[in-house]
Ligand binder design. Structure first.
Ligand SMILES: Cc1ncc(COP(=O)(O)O)c(C=O)c1O
Length: 416
């Protein structure tokens, strides 16, 4: 880089000082030839110098870009959060809105639940002065068949705790394998109602209470306020910053309600009613009726029609038929709700994959369908943010098994 600059200095010397000193000899013919030669060398040198300057400028720009990369982190837990956001071009073009996905699937454990797991462990550690250790004798217990178990197992490993997950015995093999690979102790129980003491969440609580080898912590993601608080402290502000404060609508589903509570509270505090908060709800879940009519009920709960699972949908992670503390924290900020069927979600998952290169799980597809259904209520050009909670690879054996069968050439009018 510096060589051409030296050449440049040389050119200056040859052009000004040197000819002045040699002026008498300039009149002879052979010197005239050598003068042309010198001019030629000068011209080439100038071109080389300019080229080099341009190259140096480009390099400087590249270096500036690289300097935006964050410095090395202290541990895997420090990689959680600060997820990217991407425009969903196909939905933006179709609706006239700017539709963005907050890529929570980019967290190290593959979902937004990393934030929750981390904050639950941190809060326990701070409040009860518990530390992780090499022997991992202090243990986190949770009842979950979803992403939270995976995130807890990952955070426990990174922070020196052991992890014990209770789940229904019909949980998919891929999730069981993942939890086992992460070193979690897996306790399979028969699927049961939440009022049954053997239901997996109750089983997890009982296991935590009877643990004596160290301190047992019951994560309790549905009731634990560390859940919504981490979204209020991180996910909400990140979304706000990434859209330069211009968030006109936020659309997501509720499982525990933690994401909805934390993000919507933050956005409403910043934007007031300029931001619309919409709950996307899968079939079989009671949240839609709760928001629309104040009653937590779905027709699948009618006498004699209840299924093996509480919420009758292929969609995992969102939808519920009971009120939890985290949902109660969210409810006051929710403006409206949109109901989405499994069929719509399955088609949307295929659409996003084929048209945008977004390979997402079921809850993200539900959120994207809700954008289409709600779009006409928003002014053109509005910025809409949805949560892309996890990847399609978490759902290959169930939800994506159905989505594989959908024609690649489907259009948006085939979805809703
Ligand atoms: C895949 C997926 N999406 C969305 C959610 C909903 O998040 P929240 O529990 O914050 O309502 C969950 C919750 O477990 C989930 O697993």
């Amino acid at each position: 880089m510096f060589l051409p600059c030296k050449h440049h200095a040389l050119v200056k010397l040859t052009n000004s000082s040197a000819p002045a000193l040699n002026r008498p000899s300039l009149s002879t013919t052979p010197t005239m030839g050598s003068q042309k030669w010198k001019d030629c060398v000068c011209a080439v040198s100038v071109v080389v110098a300019l080229g080099s300057l341009f190259y140096a400028y480009k390099q400087k720009n590249n270096t500036t870009k690289l300097s935006h990369l964050s410095p090395p982190k202290d541990g895997v837990e420090d990689l959680i959060g600060n997820t990217p956001m991407v425009k969903i071009r196909s939905l933006s073009e179709a609706t006239g809105l700017n539709v963005y996905a907050k890529m929570e699937l980019n967290n190290p454990g593959g979902s937004a639940k990393d934030r929750v797991a981390l904050n639950i462990i941190k809060t326990f550690s701070e409040e009860q002065h518990i530390h992780g250790s090499k022997d991992k004798k202090n243990r986190v217990f949770e009842g979950t068949s979803g992403s939270t178990g995976i995130s807890l197992a990952l955070c426990c490993n990174a922070m020196g705790f052991s992890c014990h997950i209770s789940l229904p015995d019909d949980t998919s093999q891929e999730k069981l394998s993942l939890l086992t690979a992460l070193g979690a102790i897996v306790n399979k129980v028969k699927p049961a109602s939440i009022v049954d003491p053997n239901q997996y969440v109750n089983a997890a609580k009982a296991c935590a209470e009877s643990y004596t080898d160290g301190i047992g912590m019951f994560a309790d993601q549905f009731e634990n306020e560390a859940n919504w608080k981490c979204h209020y402290a991180t996910t909400g502000p990140e979304i706000f910053l990434q859209l330069d404060g211009k968030v006109d609508a936020f659309i997501t589903g509720c499982g525990t309600g933690g994401t909805m509570a934390g993000v919507s509270r933050y956005l409403k505090e910043q934007r007031g009613d300029s931001v619309r908060v919409i709950l996307a709800d899968p079939q079989g879940s009671g949240f839609y009726n709760r928001i629309k009519y104040g009653v937590m009920y779905d027709k699948v709960e009618k006498e004699g029609t209840r299924r093996r699972h509480q919420v009758d949908t292929l969609v995992e992670g969102i939808g519920l038929n009971r009120i939890t503390k985290n949902f109660l924290k969210a409810e006051q900020y929710i403006d409206d709700s949109v109901r989405v069927t499994d069929e719509e979600a399955i088609k949307m998952a295929k659409w996003l994959c084929i048209n945008d290169g977004l390979f997402v799980g079921a809850s993200t597809a539900i959120n994207a369908v809700a954008v289409l259904k709600y779009a006409e209520n928003l002014p053109k050009g509005s910025n809409v943010c949805i949560i892309a909670c996890d990847s399609g690879s978490r759902h290959l054996s169930k939800f994506w098994k159905e989505a594989l069968a959908v024609d690649n050439n489907l259009s948006l009018s085939d979805i809703v």
